[in-house]
Write a protein that binds this ligand. Structure first.
Ligand code: HEC
Length: 255
């Protein structure tokens, strides 16, 4: 039996649609954003329509079932289903969509935007790519001094940061509940363990206002610490963040 052309077209579209999903989800293990999928499908639908209506007969055959549905006197029941029930279902769907929703908006925030190439702070310009923690070398060269530096960093932390980031560095400080976005949980492997010390220096020195546009629309309450702390204090508090959580800073060139 020959498959009607309308059904053929629908099958091709479904095949391509699930083909995309199979390719991305199962083979490449990447989620495909629905906006992208919609865009692909738009072109696929346009393409399929062009191919199926390329010849006059083809176009007629494609539309034949629709024509029959509208014109054939024996099709009364089907017509009633299509022209009464479907619009009602569509109306119900639209009505539900119009009801207010109390869910948080699904806009995504870029939590770790790319840092700018350079940072202006303390009257200097820092080249973030080549910036290193000047105290990191003591970890090997002078472990005693390194311990003192961490303790000094800890004091800076308790005096300034724990209100938001928590005394266990888990992002659960006393102010945390009132903030959106929430303060970072440094224990989580998705934060400082993924980042270079220079990145932290940039984020701490320039705070929420230093974030680039892609980190909006949220307004981060992270203060601009270059106004309150010295450069040395920032480097020391960074040592403390890594020491307390047991994470290692990421270094350039490492995956
Ligand atoms: C008023 C609350 C508040 C205080 C105080 C505060 N922070 Fe934050 N901090 C935040 C919030 C909220 C975020 C998450 C939003 C963002 O990335 O800006 C954040 C983010 C960060 C990040 C970025 C981490 C990442 O994974 O990108 C670092 C690093 C950081 N804070 C360090 C500090 C340090 C160090 C101090 C103390 C000197 C401090 N913060 C004090 C609210 C605060």
């Amino acid at each position: 039996m020959k498959i009607p052309r309308l059904l053929q077209a629908v099958l091709v579209l479904l095949g391509v649609y699930f083909g995309f999903i199979l390719l991305f989800d199962v083979i490449l293990k990447q989620v495909i954003p629905s906006s992208l999928l919609n865009m692909y499908m738009f072109f696929v639908v346009a393409g399929v329509f062009m191919v199926f209506t390329f010849t006059e007969e083809g176009a007629k055959e494609l539309l034949a079932p629709i024509k029959a549905l509208v014109e054939d006197p024996n099709n009364k029941t089907n017509r009633n289903i299509v022209f009464i029930i479907l619009p009602l279902l569509g109306g119900a769907y639209t009505y539900n969509k119009l009801l207010p929703s109390f869910d948080a908006p699904v806009e995504l925030r870029t939590i770790h935007p790319a840092p700018p190439a350079s940072l202006k702070a303390y009257g200097k310009r820092y080249d973030i790519l080549n910036l290193e923690n000047p105290y990191r070398k003591f970890e090997k060269e002078d472990p005693e001094r390194f311990k003192e530096l961490i303790a000094e960093g800890g004091a800076v932390y308790i005096r300034n940061c724990q209100y938001c980031h928590g005394d266990k560095l888990d992002g659960k400080g006393p102010y945390a509940q009132g903030l959106n976005p929430m303060p970072m949980n440094f224990q989580d492997v998705g934060t400082i363990a993924q980042l270079q010390e220079s990145y932290l220096f940039w984020r701490i020195a320039s705070g929420g206002p230093g974030l680039p546009k892609e980190a909006s629309p949220w307004i981060s309450s992270m203060p601009v610490w270059q106004d309150f702390l010295s450069e040395e204090e920032i480097w020391k508090v960074i040592l403390y963040l890594y020491d307390y959580t047991g994470h290692r800073p990421r270094t350039w060139g490492e995956e």
